[in-house]
Design a protein around this ligand. Sequence first.
Ligand SMILES: NC(=O)C1=CN([C@@H]2O[C@H](COP(=O)(O)OP(=O)(O)OC[C@H]3O[C@@H](n4cnc5c(N)ncnc54)[C@H](O)[C@@H]3O)[C@@H](O)[C@H]2O)[C@@H](O)CC1
Ligand SMILES: Nc1ncnc2c1ncn2[C@@H]1O[C@H](COP(=O)(O)OP(=O)(O)O)[C@@H](O)[C@H]1O
Ligand SMILES: [K+]
Length: 499
Amino acid sequence: MYIVTAEDMYEIDRFAIDQGGIDGTILMENAGQAIAKEMMIAEEKSCHMAILVGSGNNGGDGFVIARYLKNEGYPVKVLQLVPNEKIKGDAAYHKQLLIHQKVPIQEVLTTDKLLECLVNVDIVIDAILGIGVTGEIREPLRGMISIINEQNARIYSVDIPSGLPANENHTIDIAIKADRTYIVEAPKQSLFLENTAPYYGEWKVIPIGIPIEAYGMIPKVRSWNLKDVKVSFPKRATFSHKGSHGKGLVIGGQELMPGSVALSSRAALKAGAGLVTVATMERNIPVIANYCMEAMYQNLSNFGHIDLAGFDGVAIGMGMGRNRTAKTFVEDVLAQEDVPVIIDADGLYHLKELLGMLQERRSPTILTPHYGEMAMLTNQEIETIKKAPFTMAKEFAQEHQVYLILKGKYTIITAPDGTQMVNATGNAGLAKGGTGDVLSGILLAFIMQHESVLEAMNNACFIHGMSADLRIESGQNTVIDLLASDVIDGLTNVFRTMS
Ligand SMILES: NC(=O)C1=CN([C@@H]2O[C@H](COP(=O)(O)OP(=O)(O)OC[C@H]3O[C@@H](n4cnc5c(N)ncnc54)[C@H](O)[C@@H]3O)[C@@H](O)[C@H]2O)[C@@H](O)CC1
Ligand SMILES: Nc1ncnc2c1ncn2[C@@H]1O[C@H](COP(=O)(O)OP(=O)(O)O)[C@@H](O)[C@H]1O
Ligand SMILES: [K+]
């Protein structure tokens, strides 16, 4: 599933029409028909539906939906919120089909009239504005959107809640607050942003018959799914030995934070790493070993140099602390260019002063900031990152030539060439200390076992979230009591589904 901007979507449509020879009216028919069918599954025939249409192609989808619902015997009324002369092109074609079918279309041009029309309506189908919205929402639509949001009726939006921008880095003016959105063909960026996602309500993507080649025209942003994981997940060879599965080093865990590296190292082993060594403070070793007795230990009490020779991957920074000596380790590790390095948590704090070293590295560097850490690394406000996470992540990864995992409800994974993936697994149970440490451990195991770093990152994020999801779905945990250690234990159930 590709994730698009409004401009990408228009380009894809154009390709389908110009190169694929599919008429725009057919795409509109496909969209409207498929959405109407979804509505028929979701709603009883006794429901009173009002289909609200605007001037563009989004309104055109609305005319098609009305035709199919009416045909099936649903009591629908079509409210056209713009004057007749504004309905043009493909939308006008589908309006005409509706007229042929003797479906009345009411012109509703004032908020008062709209209020009258919405009395006794159970369901509003919002086909007012799509991805073509620009600037501030103008009257009378502005007032109308406000009124619609105040109704008790359930609201189903077509493609995007009307008024909401499709792209990141736009200010929300006023928009429909949908209960459910039927997204036409491909999710738009705003579906994945904290401030805009809630407007969509539940959502479903409706394919409309665009040829797959059309996606070759746009920058690749895709969501990673279980099928992708199954294809790319490495098989464990029957004659393998512990050396075949990677020798990983976990560095971190200052005196008051032994749990962090304990979680990372145990997660790495549970995720299949062959051998894991933990470099941490001497006093912490017995505590950590109690939780992860399969790991080996190195004493970090004397800050200085750690020789990475012989290791296939390193994860550094979890619970490492922010004192200056800890920074020397990050610097030391980055300078040893031949080993892939994952930098997390306090390691990112120290990295802030070492960003210049990143471009020089010959092996992959993987950074795993959450939004707060990303703001720190880029000298931006958290709100700025939240508003444009795709762009911020891409610019950073390309500038510093790093792999970047921007962690959140939707995690954005970016390669140094700007390729982006979105991971949607995981739930609010993960919003708790230690879950990021677990992700670092899984990542360490996977980068040592996958040929492609990007696939390793995608699979690590997917599986980390899936483990949390399965714990909740199976009833072993709730989103309240889920612990980072439960996510590690849950890996068994995830790997069971991989074969
Ligand atoms: N071939 C295609 O392009 C297809 C498009 N589809 C639908 O078409 C939609 C995009 O169509 P359009 O490009 O016509 O865009 P819209 O349907 O969003 O309509 C844009 C129109 O809305 C009005 N408008 C824009 N900003 C406004 C504002 N701030 N205040 C008040 N009015 C404003 C203007 O009259 C503008 O021309 C998609 O969201 C999707 O629903 C689907 O039918 C599938 C095929
Ligand atoms: N609401 C949420 N829904 C889904 N995943 C979440 C949510 N909150 C956090 N996560 C995931 O949990 C992890 C938290 O990482 P992080 O903030 O670094 O935790 P810590 O540093 O405490 O270990 C990330 O993988 C993030 O994507
Ligand atoms: K809409």
